[in-house]
Write a protein of this length. Structure first.
Length: 276
């Protein structure tokens, strides 16, 4: 049967699939739109199944701020060729719009949300695999809430940060901190919210290093523990946002922020980076 260009465009609008994929699906479905949509979905599932063990290390990170909430999402794929496609970025932003519209609390919740056409985000992501022929996954979704929020995405779109402050600060200050967090990858805001398992592991490593140093052979355990604590202070200075040195300066992020506003501090932080 003859498949009209208008029908192909209609199916493309309904599914987001490529023109040729839509035409082939309509031919196979003999013009039945519902069946054609199922064919496109099944193709996506087949690609996902075949490429499940592939590494989706490329993709795009997108962010959005709405009032006192900030959202970050990463749609990942296998190759830079797909990631650089404008349609792929548009898909990431479309999913982010769904997240914002529904104020999705977490990734699992977002995957289950349906768009206006009744497709879940999980189905949309699967269909994207069918369209690209690659493994496509929702690599990350984060949401924060604070009196004032800021966001930054690196120019390569592979990493980004959302930050929340306890009060409004200047755009320059907020942007500087968001860039710092994106570049320096702190594991927490301050030492008080550093994950307990990370702290214990670092303490154990520091203490073991002290014990293995011949110079410390006769030192009491209590002295070694004190030296290890000193090393932990260095760890916090390097790995927690407020204690890190401001890039290119001799002051900490905490000091930089307090110079701008003594009452201001960071109260929420999420960062994501695609790993090669």
């Amino acid at each position: 049967m003859e498949i009209k260009a208008a029908d192909v465009m209609k199916l493309r609008k309904m599914t987001g699939a490529g023109m040729m994929d839509c035409k082939k699906a309509l031919v196979e479905a003999e013009g039945d739109f519902e069946r054609a949509k199922d064919i496109i979905r099944e193709k996506g599932k087949l690609v996902v199944s075949k490429r499940a063990d592939r590494n989706a290390s490329e993709g795009v990170v997108v962010t959005k701020i709405v009032g006192q909430k900030a959202y970050l999402l990463c749609l990942a794929c296998e190759t830079d060729f797909v990631a650089q496609n404008s349609e792929f970025a548009a898909s990431a932003n479309a999913i982010l719009d769904i997240a914002v519209a529904n104020d999705a609390a977490d990734k699992e919740t977002l995957l289950a949300i349906k768009n206006d056409e009744g497709r879940t985000v999980e189905e949309i992501v699967t269909e994207k695999s069918g369209q690209t022929g690659e493994k496509v996954e929702l690599a990350s979704y984060e949401r924060i809430e604070a009196p004032y929020c800021n966001a930054y995405v690196h120019f390569n779109k592979k990493l980004g940060t959302i930050l929340g402050f306890n009060k409004e600060v200047s755009e320059e200050v907020a942007h500087t901190l968001a860039m710092q967090a994106t570049a320096m990858a702190p594991i927490s805001i301050d030492e008080n919210d550093c994950p307990a398992d990370v702290v214990e592991k670092e303490k154990a490593i520091a203490l073991e290093m002290m014990k293995q140093d011949p110079k410390n052979a006769n030192k009491p355990e209590a002295i070694l523990a004190k030296i290890a604590e000193g090393k932990m202070r260095k760890f916090f200075e390097e790995n927690t946002l407020l204690n890190q040195a401001l890039v290119g300066e001799k002051i900490s992020i905490r000091e930089y922020l307090q110079q701008a506003d003594k009452e201001a501090t960071v109260v929420a932080y999420k960062r994501f980076a695609l790993e090669a």
